[in-house]
Write a protein that binds this ligand. Sequence first.
Ligand SMILES: O=C([O-])CC(=O)C(=O)O
Ligand SMILES: [Mg+2]
Length: 221
Amino acid sequence: MATARNISRFWEWGRKIICVGRNYADHAKELKNAVPTEPILFLKPPSAYVKEGSPILVPLYTSDLHHEVELGVVIGKGGTSIPQADAMEHVAGYALCLDMTARDIQDQCKSKGLPWTMAKAFNTSCPVSEFIPKENIPDPSDVKLWLKVNDQLRQSGCTSQMIFSIPFLISYISDFITLEEGDLILTGTPKGVSAVQEHDELQAGIEDVLTMTFKVNRLEL
Ligand SMILES: O=C([O-])CC(=O)C(=O)O
Ligand SMILES: [Mg+2]
C-alpha cells in the first residue's frame, strides 16, 4: 500500500534544489564578484541532500571546501509564472541549509567559463535541517542566520540583506522552471564563507528557531 508523502520529509521526494548565487552584496564583494542586477541560478540534484547524523564528505578533488549558510524555502504548491503577489501562498515552510562549495573548483570553472556542477552539486553538498513549518518563521525577510566552525563564529547575517526577495525569486524562477511541491530554493549566503577541514564540526542556526550540527569527513577511497 502506498503511504502518503509528507512535506516534512521533502528531501526524500527527489525534487529540484534551485540555488541563488550572490544574493547578498557583502558576500558578492568578499569573493570580488559584481553585485548582480538579475538573480544568478544554479541547481543541485536531490542526491546532494544530507541530514544530521550523517557527515559532509569532502570530494577527493578539492582542497578548499567552503561552507555557505542559507535559508531554504520549501515549495508546498507548484506553479508556473507565479505572480509575486501570490508567491508566499506557494511556500510550505523553510529549512536551514548549507551550500557546500568546492571553491578551488568553482574558481577554475569561472575562469574557463564552465558550469559550476563539480563545485556545487556533489554528494552531501546540501546539508539540510528539519522542515520548519511556515508559521514558525512569520517574517522570512527578517531572520538572522549564523554558522560556527568548531565553536568559532564564521557567518552571521540577516535575510533582510538579500538583494532579491523570496517572493521575487519564486516569481522569477517559475517563469522558466515550473516549481513543484517539494522543491527547495536556496536563497544565497551572507558574508563569512571559509574553508572546512576533515573532523571539523559545523553548527548553524536560524535565530531561536533551530540549530543543526554536521561533522566533516574525507571520502574513503
Ligand atoms: O558560490 C557563490 O559564491 C554563489 C553562491 O552560492 C551564494 O552566493 O550563495
Ligand atoms: Mg550559495
